[in-house]
Design a protein. Structure first.
Length: 558
């Protein structure tokens, strides 16, 4: 069973099916498959395609490790970069409509922090086209079954291994236990812990929470990426491809300010560097304000109408529809926005978790290739590579296993979600609790952090968890979104506590984790991964070593 139908989940299903056509493979998703948030990826997918032009896999490896602020596991990065060229061509063979150079080859654009243009793209709709390509391909395999609009609530296990999942069929409201020999979690990032976010509203934390509650640790959750350019006020992504194609950031005075913060890379420095620069500009009074949000601007006007229409058509459409402005002749208002979680479910280099029979892939997993800061265009790449790896590993494992539903675990889960939540007591409005949670995260766990704010955030989230919101007003069975919203909130609160606890404990600044009270990186004490284990009293933190193969930590300069 594969939980999640984004790029990682679909790639895993296809690979598992190619391992054996005798396997029965289920892709289970709480949305319609093509509504998975992967469709929103815009700018590109990173791979070295043209070594004859000076690029190399080793350069991709180093750029990624440097971008991670040296917290990435270097063996995992090497695997990502070496496997990606074949994934680009595999998508090509399955029908992916890549944008082309004049000579017909797959086109690539520059992205932040890279030494060469290596983001393969399809206009500014790369996620949508990759999803369509993978979904169409998956439909060709008779042994892949899609369970769409099914809500997974827990992992079933015995003492030593995975045995299946508990799920709610949303169209009926019926609760099921489904037996399975292997499971892959590919549920994406929990971006809706924040309000100002590029994520769809379905991007919540259940996948992470179900692993956490099953005893699998969450790793490096304090590292949250804030993309430099979220459209104000909606938070919709303005792709890094905008800057890759020549767009520039300017303050309210029209000054191109990134030349002061990253003299070499300028607007194409690593994302954490650019986001901090924007907040610094705003703090110096050089931002503008609209809808209560201070912001700077992206200027595309010098690119010309033809290039904008050809390469950045989605960005133009979004700006016109949501802000009533045309970037051909107007500035786009932007500020840093929650965009990606570098942390996730702890896995080894093959995507396997500490629970036998369970793998994780994509943004919900932490292999770790992203460390403290992800490089643009490596997210869809990671989904493809570890979708392929985990699909193969899980399929081989499943062919050698048996499974049996643990009835006691099923009853305990039924009690948790029906007695404890559906029929729970309390007068709190869960949507108000969600709003308060997001306000806490937006305020205290943003681009810049400090101990006082994080301590307040942790105290506030613990208080929200204790308040008796756990009840459902809508008692209907069919498509009870009130019920699933409360289940999502329950998971979100669990995981937000992990994010804050890890951030409070890490007393240094590294990558996207910028502590005002501890502004320096501390390799002696903090060159290590954070592991958060579940307990009824909150996360229990432990640490593990970073895998370093070739590159010793050095100062990052852009």
């Amino acid at each position: 069973m594969i939980v999640g139908s984004g790029i990682a989940g679909l790639r895993a299903a296809i690979e598992a099916s190619t391992i054996s056509n005798k396997l029965k493979i289920a892709v289970i998703t709480k949305v319609q498959a093509m509504r998975s948030h992967s469709v929103s990826a815009e700018g590109g997918t990173a791979a070295v395609l043209y070594s004859e032009e000076g690029d190399s896999v080793e350069s991709h490896v180093y750029d990624t490790i440097k971008g991670s602020d040296f917290l990435a596991d270097q063996d995992a990065v090497e695997r990502l970069c070496s496997m990606m060229p074949a994934e680009i061509y595999q998508l090509e063979h399955w029908g992916m409509p890549w944008s082309r150079n004049k000579d017909g080859r797959v086109a690539q654009r520059p992205f932040g922090g890279y030494s060469y243009p290596r983001a393969a793209f399809a206009s500014d709709k790369v996620g949508f086209f990759e999803m369509q390509t993978l979904y169409d391909t998956a439909l060709k395999y008779d042994n892949i079954e899609f369970l769409q609009e099914w809500f997974v609530t827990s992992i079933l296990k015995d003492d030593s291994k995975f045995q299946g999942l508990t799920v709610i069929e949303m169209k009926s409201g019926d609760f099921y236990a489904i037996k399975a020999k292997a499971g892959i979690i590919a549920t994406g990032g929990p971006g809706r812990l924040y309000d100002f976010a590029t994520y769809g509203h379905s991007s919540t934390a259940e996948g992470l929470a179900m692993a956490y509650r099953a005893g699998i640790p969450l790793k490096d959750m304090e590292f949250v990426q804030f993309h430099p350019s979220g459209l104000v006020p909606s938070g919709i992504l303005v792709t890094e491809g905008v800057r890759g194609d020549g767009g520039v950031l300017v303050n309210k005075d029209g000054e191109r300010f990134m030349v002061r913060y990253a003299p070499e890379k300028k607007d194409l420095a690593a994302r954490d560097v650019v986001s901090r620069a924007i907040i610094d500009e705003i703090g110096q009074g050089k931002g503008s304000e609209s809808d209560g949000l201070e912001h700077v601007y992206i200027d595309l006007r010098h690119l010309g109408a033809e290039k904008i229409k050809e390469r950045l058509s989605t960005v133009r459409e979004i700006a016109i529809k949501f802000n009533g402005i045309d970037p051909i002749d107007s500035l786009i208002p932007v500020r840093p926005v929650c965009h990606y979680f570098m942390g996730g479910i702890d896995t080894n280099i093959d995507g396997a978790t500490k629970l036998s029979g369970v793998w994780a892939a994509g943004e919900c997993a932490c292999v770790s290739v992203n460390g403290a800061n992800r490089m643009g265009a490596n997210s869809t790449a990671e989904c493809l590579v570890w979708g392929k790896i985990t699909g193969a590993e899980a399929a081989k494992y499943a062919m050698m296993q048996s499974a049996e539903i643990p009835k006691q675990a099923v009853e305990l889960e039924r009690e948790r979600i029906y007695d404890g939540i559906f029929h729970g007591k309390g007068g709190e409005n869960p949507y108000e609790i969600k709003k308060e949670m997001q306000e806490i995260m937006d305020r205290y766990v943003y681009v810049y952090r400090n101990g006082e704010g994080l301590s307040q955030a942790l105290k506030s989230i613990k208080a929200l968890k204790k308040r008796a919101y756990r009840h459902v007003d809508d008692k209907s069975g069919e498509y009870n979104t009130n019920f699933t919203n409360v289940l999502e909130l329950d998971a979100n609160l669990e995981v937000s506590e992990v994010v804050i606890a890890g951030a409070l404990a890490r007393i240094e600044s590294r990558g996207a984790h910028a502590r005002i009270d501890y502004p320096k990186r501390d390799d002696k004490k903090w060159l290590r991964h954070t592991l958060a284990y579940y307990s009824p009293d909150g996360p229990q933190l432990d640490y593990s070593a970073v895998v370093i193969t070739k590159y010793k930590p050095a100062e990052r300069k852009y």
